[in-house]
Design a protein around this ligand. Structure first.
Ligand SMILES: *Cc1c(COP(=O)(O)O)cnc(C)c1O
Length: 459
């Protein structure tokens, strides 16, 4: 038992832990718990022989601090996205604009006009906050927002196509992220899928032949996460809308990403802007608000008033309704779009996509210059790289970029990636050929200092 004589006292460890800067926001009770747990474990390890002797108090304090920070840092928390994937589905998709985040905070902390009409002094509609904005920005007659785009598709089908047939090209029967499959959503909504064409080719005549008295709609689905290349053909929204008009059948379009500006402005070739889809004659379009639109999680439906009204009245609308915090963020984000120049400055998704290669090189150089000089641990160079749009947008398209390429010396690339990921502010990055890449496209300049700090502390 002699071995345990040098075991420090709880109070001594605790006061040293409390003096550390990293524990300033952690409660006394939580710190005390961590001290007890650490001392208990140390005692057990010494008795079992796993530890030869009690470690110095400094080491015990460090272990307690690490444990406390880890336990108190929450599960859903911010990370630094150094992957260059602009809409990273696992990292929360779009980052909100400052004005949108601020509006969320205001609305969250006070009573608000969610369903209250200030002019009339009576009950108002939740839809009123964004409908006019969406109409103005897309050219649609009417609009509404729901929980997400999967819900929007479901509500659209349930309201317009229940117990009837919906014609869809076999080339567009997509699965998005496993839990959203067009055929399954279709059967859940009560509509019957009528597949036409083949995987690689669907012609205008295939649509015409499929229409009968039981047809409720023609549905077009954007193939968000894959691309059919080579011998392939599908028909565009204008031609499809023409068939819809001739036959009196509504045309519905799940455009997926919700791009609100001309695609050339964001360096993407394959995504159609929502306005073009409405102009092309679609009766209803639906899209996500947290993909290329750059807003909060939401699904937007826009189009002819008779169909939007049907959806607003459907019982299912209540099940998939948007909550006040997302609505607050959505309204602010859409408002920014009224001034396109402002949108490119303030909406991070647009800014990150539109940034020029030369600006990325400058950004990469700045980040590199801030990293500590530790030649024994790692070296760095600026290298041409490619970033991705991500989030089921522009499949296969790569955005030319510059990255800071780190060559680890004292540890492996995998170990470096792990230590950065487990850092207090987790830094998520890619490995390419045993080197760690930091892509400045998705790193905000105010995060550079934190990254520099990490490169000092992880060794
Ligand atoms: C992403 C996507 C969806 C699902 O949208 P969520 O907002 O994630 O629910 C549906 N359809 C298409 C074509 C998509 O790209």
């Amino acid at each position: 038992m002699n071995k345990l004589r040098s075991m420090p006292r709880v109070d001594d460890v605790l006061s040293l832990v409390q003096a550390e800067q990293k524990t300033q926001n952690i409660s006394y009770a939580e710190l005390l718990n961590c001290v007890r747990e650490t001392l208990d474990k140390t005692r057990k390890d010494v008795l079992s022989g796993k530890l030869e002797q009690v470690p110095p108090i400094k080491e015990i304090v460090r272990e307690v601090v690490r444990m406390a920070v880890k336990q108190c840092s929450g599960s859903l928390r911010p990370v630094i996205n150094a992957t260059g994937v602009v809409l990273h589905t696992n990292l929360g998709r779009a980052v909100l604009a400052e004005a949108a985040a601020e509006n969320v905070k205001q609305v969250a902390r006070q009573y608000n006009t969610l369903e209250y009409d200030l002019e009339a002094g009576e009950r108002g509609s939740r839809h009123s906050h964004v409908e006019k904005l969406i109409c103005k920005l897309t050219g649609a007659e009417a609009a509404m927002a729901v929980n997400n785009n999967a819900a929007a598709v479901m509500l659209m089908l349930a309201s317009i196509c229940k117990d009837k047939e919906v014609v869809v090209s076999r080339g567009e029967l997509v699965e998005i992220g496993g839990s959203f499959r067009v055929p399954e959503i279709m059967s859940m909504s009560g509509a019957t899928l009528k597949e036409i064409g083949t995987t690689n080719k669907t012609h205008a005549d295939d649509y015409r032949k499929a229409i009968n008295e039981n047809t409720a709609a023609l549905l077009k689905v954007h193939t968000s996460n894959f691309k059919i290349v080579g011998f392939s053909q599908s028909i565009g929204i204008e031609e499809l809308s023409q068939i819809g008009k001739e036959t009196g059948v509504p045309v519905l379009y799940d455009v997926g990403s919700g791009l609100m500006v001309d695609n050339a402005l964001v360096n993407i070739a394959d995504e159609l802007c929502v306005k073009e889809c409405i102009k092309g004659g679609a009766d209803v379009v639906c899209f996500s608000a947290d993909k290329l639109l750059g807003g909060p999680q939401a699904g937007i439906l826009a189009g002819k008033k008779e169909y939007i009204d049907k959806m607003k009245k459907n019982q299912f609308a209540r099940v998939v309704r948007i909550d006040k915090l997302n609505l607050a963020a959505l309204e602010s984000t859409l408002r920014i779009y009224l001034d396109e120049e402002r949108a490119f400055k303030e909406i991070p998704t647009l800014a990150n996509l539109a940034v020029s290669k030369s600006d990325l090189r400058i950004k990469a150089t700045k980040l590199q210059s801030m990293l500590p000089e530790r030649k024994k641990d790692f070296t760095s160079v600026i290298k041409a790289a490619e970033s991705q749009v991500g989030g089921g947008s522009a499949p296969g398209e790569l955005l030319p970029s510059f990255a800071v390429q780190i060559t680890p010396v004292s540890i492996s690339a995998a170990e470096m990636e792990k230590r950065l990921r487990e850092y207090e502010t987790p830094i998520i990055c890619r490995i390419r050929q045993d080197k760690v890449l930091l892509d400045p496209r998705t790193i905000f300049e105010n995060q550079f200092e934190e990254i520099a700090k990490a490169f000092n502390e992880i060794f």
